[in-house]
Design a protein around this ligand. Structure first.
Ligand code: A5P
Length: 234
């Protein structure tokens, strides 16, 4: 019986098939993205010319440790391929991301990618967003209580994320509110409502962004594709 880690690795290894020499890669955050990064490090060690744009300080540190060259996103407006994990994937390939706290940079890099490939184990597939994961909402510390109250007025139960007893701080110095909605009927409408709350810096609803989702199943990788999104693969 393969472990969740095995399924994540299976998906991560499959994503290496999308990597071509000379690419600038968006490097995701989390345990599955870490496995992809290890694969990228192997390609670099084998002589492939690749550069990465990390989506978090943790990924930047891991890339440095593994010998993957980085380039600053401040010097470019796009990347060739972004590969990242997700917390939930629905049948339309819409996602919840951000349980790792890196959603703000992850969303920018995914949006800037020519191709955005998501790598998950099959436990992340859900019939509807929000059935298991909360929607992480990054908020500026100044307005977090107001943002929490505003999310509650949209029907959410809201928790300020904590780490070691303290309010969690993102790489951007902000807090995260984990918002659970009893029924997330229209993710698109909700995404607009959340984004409109003053003090909200970003949220973990990644809608119409993923072109390809690679799912580790233990019986081979399932490739899910969104119609109309580029899925170039060697
Ligand atoms: C990081 O902020 C998240 O968006 C991660 O991509 C997500 O939590 C998936 O993480 P795992 O690959 O560790 O499950």
């Amino acid at each position: 019986m393969p472990s969740t880690g095995d399924l994540k690795r299976e998906a991560a290894e499959a994503a290496l098939g999308y990597v071509k020499p000379g690419m600038v890669l968006g490097l995701g955050t989390g345990s599955t993205a870490r496995l992809f990064l290890e694969g990228v490090a192997r390609l670099v060690a084998g002589g492939m010319d690749l550069k990465g744009v990390p989506t978090s300080l943790a990924t930047a540190g891991a890339a440095k440790d593994l010998g993957v060259p980085l380039t600053s996103f401040e010097e470019r407006a796009s990347v060739d391929l972004a590969v990242d994990g997700a917390d939930e994937v629905d049948p339309k390939l819409d996602l919840i991301k951000g349980l790792g706290g890196a959603l703000f940079r992850e969303k920018i890099v995914a949006a800037a990618a020519q191709q955005f490939v998501v790598i998950v184990d099959e436990s992340k597939l859900v019939p509807r967003l929000g059935v298991r994961a909360p929607v992480p909402v990054e908020v500026h510390p100044f307005g977090w209580r107001f943002a929490a109250k505003s999310l509650e007025s949209l029907g959410a139960t809201v928790d300020l994320r904590r780490a070691s007893g303290e309010a969690f701080r993102t790489d951007n110095g902000n807090h995260i509110l984990d918002a659970r909605f009893p029924s997330l009927a229209s993710a698109e409408r909700l995404a607009g409502q959340i984004a409109a709350i003053p003090g909200v810096v970003g949220h973990g609803l990644f809608l119409k962004m993923a072109g390809t989702v690679l799912v580790g199943t233990g019986k081979g990788v399932r490739t899910l594709r969104r119609p109309g999104k580029p899925t170039r693969r060697s």
